[in-house]
Design a protein around this ligand. Structure first.
Ligand code: SF4
Length: 114
């Protein structure tokens, strides 16, 4: 039971929001991949697309420059690997109390069902 949820990747919060907001409209591709792994009941109308994550997390001793999720990011691939992902480490930002550390957070929800 929680009213706010924080998602961490490689030792840092990459998304934080109310439980309702994070479960209905995740704004970080890692959160979207985690949610896609929740099994749906056979009778459920919810049939989310499974988002597999390739590879393993990098060593905490060798975190890549730029976004720490870039080596496994499915969203980055759909955007043709924009340079900013490997150049600038995204910080938490967003509207209201829903914050995400992704330069393309407003593309996550539309593309996760693609
Ligand atoms: S900033 Fe780029 S690499 Fe990082 S999560 Fe967003 S799309 Fe993926």
């Amino acid at each position: 039971m929680a009213t706010r949820v924080a998602v961490m990747y490689l030792g840092r919060i990459v998304e934080i929001a109310s439980a309702d907001s994070i479960f209905t409209t995740p704004r970080h591709p890692y959160t979207a991949a985690l949610l896609s792994a929740i099994p749906a009941m056979p009778s459920s109308s919810r049939k989310p697309r499974r988002i597999p994550l390739a590879g393993d997390p990098p060593s905490p001793m060798r975190i890549p420059p730029g976004c720490r999720f870039q080596t496994r990011c499915w969203l980055r691939e759909t955007l043709d690997s924009p340079e900013i992902c490997s150049a600038i480490d995204p910080t938490l930002s967003g509207a209201g109390d829903h914050q995400s550390a992704c330069h393309f957070q407003h593309h996550v929800d539309a593309r996760r069902g693609a």
